[in-house]
Ligand binder design. Structure first.
Ligand code: GN1
Ligand code: MG
Length: 370
């Protein structure tokens, strides 16, 4: 159904001027809706949730409500102690008081308030930006740390369980298309070998969790650089967006994912693999920012697995992109058939760079763990 028709169903004053399509995001379809009254303008984010990825979109929206209401209350109570204005979007209700619209084809749409005068960059801009990215993640994890995990639904079972993604890839490889893709491309063969060599290590976080060394807590799930908003006025982090994957998990998934995303200065979509590196100066700045809040809720065991979480989340995203390429691009949105293969190559190059710099990264982590 057309986004413009859906936009008018939400409880926003004024008349619809325009709905702009937003190309960011690998999963959902996102638009910006603009409404005007005779004296003001309001913009909000309108999204159609990907039903192939999220089988219960209403639970995703419910989780978002639990988290935003919890965080808004906490931020308001702490406002007088803060050096900045923290923000988090809210779910905008429909005119009939519901949290989403289901259209005639069964798709779920939701409206979220727009964080104004702030930018979510696709790539890290400088060391200060890196510090702020870490700071925002640590603050967010602190803010949600006291939400009981049973108040949040598991909206994506298996999300960030690396061995599960490898099993999925093995299953995909039983199909003819996947076999053809693997056999006809040197790059695909390289990816497959890269994964095979790391199979035994891939369960490191899950094993630690099963042994009771690591515990399940509320997490963001997708703290990549493009989901962290920087205040245009002050240059400070102000908000973390994209709350689709907030659910119970290991804080290591967040930490590792944030570093894999923020320490690769050329970003996930680069075509130039020679420029993909894990920048340890950026890493230092992020860890410094992150530990400001996170150090207080980390146990020794938590600290012990930080290096592996960076390596693992990078590896895992490579596996996810590669498996999707083999499957014929059914999960991540693509503009070309080989895009997911290229994305996998980028993550594996980054993973290699992390492995090469292991001792330097461990030194940084040790310094901020003391
Ligand atoms: C997806 O849709 P988007 O861009 O927010 C993916 C993340 C990946 C990310 C990589 C639900 O996020 O896990 O890290 O792409 N989200 C889901 O860019 O799978
Ligand atoms: Mg996301």
């Amino acid at each position: 159904m057309k986004a413009a028709l859906i936009a008018t169903e939400f409880d926003v004053a004024g008349r619809l001027v325009r709905v702009l399509s937003n190309t960011g995001g690998n999963v959902n379809d996102t638009y910006i809706a603009i409404f005007r009254t005779t004296f003001s303008e309001e913009r909000f984010v309108l999204q159609r949730l990907n039903r192939h990825v999220f089988s219960s979109p209403e639970k995703v929206i419910q989780n978002m409500k639990v988290v935003t209401e919890h965080v808004h209350n906490k931020l308001e109570a702490e406002q007088h102690m803060s050096d900045r204005i923290w923000q988090l979007p809210r779910v905008i209700p429909t005119k009939t008081g519901a949290d989403f619209i289901q259209d005639s084809s069964g798709d779920y749409w939701r409206a979220i308030s727009l964080i104004a005068s702030a930018t979510a960059y696709e790539q890290i801009q400088n060391l200060e930006h890196a510090h702020e990215a870490g700071f925002v993640l640590g603050q967010f994890q602190r803010l949600i740390s006291d939400i009981p995990t049973d108040a949040l639904s598991d909206t994506l079972p298996g999300f960030h369980i690396t061995p599960g993604y490898i099993s999925k890839m093995d299953k995909i490889l039983e199909a003819q298309l996947a076999q053809e893709r693997l056999k006809t491309s040197v790059d695909a063969e390289h990816c497959y070998r890269f994964i095979s060599k790391r199979r035994d290590w891939a369960s490191i976080l899950e094993d630690a969790c099963h042994r009771g060394e690591l515990c399940i807590r509320p997490i963001h799930g997708d703290p990549k650089v493009a989901n962290i908003m920087i205040d245009d006025e002050t240059g400070k982090g102000t908000c973390i967006i994209d709350l689709d994957t907030v659910k119970p998990g290991l804080v290591h998934y967040d930490f590792g994912d944030c570093l894999r995303s923020c320490c690769n200065p050329v970003g996930e979509e680069t075509q130039d693999l020679t420029r993909v590196i894990f920048d340890t100066d950026l890493c230092e700045a992020i860890v410094r920012g992150y530990m400001t809040y996170a150090r207080s809720f980390f146990s020794d065991a938590d600290l012990h697995y930080l290096y592996d979480s960076i390596r693992l989340l990078t590896f895992e995203l490579g596996v996810r992109f590669f498996a999707d390429y083999l499957a014929g691009n059914v999960y991540f949105k693509v503009k070309s058939d080989e895009q997911n293969l290229n994305r996998a190559l980028v993550q594996f190059k980054l993973c290699e760079s992390i492995e090469t710099r292991e001792s330097a990264i461990r030194r940084i982590l040790d310094r901020f763990s003391a």
